[in-house]
Design a protein around this ligand. Sequence first.
Ligand SMILES: C[C@@](CO)(OP(=O)(O)O)[C@H](O)COP(=O)(O)OP(=O)(O)OC[C@H]1O[C@@H](n2ccc(N)nc2=O)[C@H](O)[C@@H]1O
Ligand SMILES: Nc1ncnc2c1ncn2[C@@H]1O[C@H](COP(=O)(O)OP(=O)(O)O)[C@@H](O)[C@H]1O
Length: 270
Amino acid sequence: MLTFPNAKINIGLYVTNKRPDGFHDLLSCFVPVPWEEALEILPAEKTEFFSTGIPIPGNPEGNLCLKAYELLRDDFDLPPVKIHLHKAIPIGAGLGGGSADATFTLKALNEMFSLDISDEKLEGYASRLGSDCPFFVKNSAVIAEGTGNIFSPIELDLSGYTLVMVNPGVHVSTAVAYSGITPKPANIDLADFLQKNSPEKWRGVVRNDFEEGVFAKFPVIAEAKENLYDSGAIYAAMSGSGATVFGLFESGNFPELKFPEEYEVKSFEL
Ligand SMILES: C[C@@](CO)(OP(=O)(O)O)[C@H](O)COP(=O)(O)OP(=O)(O)OC[C@H]1O[C@@H](n2ccc(N)nc2=O)[C@H](O)[C@@H]1O
Ligand SMILES: Nc1ncnc2c1ncn2[C@@H]1O[C@H](COP(=O)(O)OP(=O)(O)O)[C@@H](O)[C@H]1O
């Protein structure tokens, strides 16, 4: 089976509480975006994983795709499989690429072997693989709370905008980014605000709590965000714990963007 795990962005990200287990509660709007990679799973004699495309740090045995397979194999009678991931979403980029791979593996195995696992149960398995993983089960825009595992659907109409995503290539560790934060209650009803106000009203209001600490450590990320605003973005922000920044532009009013050659820049009509 061939599937195409996609990235996500966070529109607004408020780290509201540090929990006794060391993890943090957050409030964020998670939105799927069509920056995709390819994941193929086939029945095989022996279970193996290999990847092509962007090199993945760590050894293949630790890959989230294999972890997802092993998690289901503990509970179901799964035959061996060969997993090929063609990695195209930058890693450690605030785009949830590894998390999407894990969850798309769960979903593919569920379908291939008719395991009949409900979305709610899949979200439970996914949450054991990573905080961002449950979102990719339904993979539609939501307001997320808890550790990123409690969802309410949100109607977000971004048609007519172009989304530009810029990855400056620096790697931000999620754990380090969280450790630099002092949690505080969100000063916004994010769902209400995003649904009542178009992106023209978001600048200066819809915040990502990670930006302050991450920008101080990696000024190139702050510069990339400023560059998007200077180029006419209606709203720009960092996604997740970085390093990717995104900008929303009016589709008919799209300037020529100037970023260093080594930056990865993608744009999508929404
Ligand atoms: C910040 C967010 C926002 O969407 O995204 P990314 O920047 O990673 O894309 C997520 O909360 C990241 O989720 P994810 O990348 O899956 O994190 P995990 O692998 O579960 O955890 C990595 C580390 O981050 C910290 N962590 C993660 C999630 C959370 N709610 N509280 C935390 O404190 C913990 O120190 C944990 O050990
Ligand atoms: N399939 C995978 N793709 C990307 N990273 C993976 C994968 N499996 C395990 N990892 C590990 O997860 C970490 C990054 O996960 P990822 O979700 O891409 O980060 P982020 O959400 O911050 O962009 C890396 O340190 C990498 O070693």
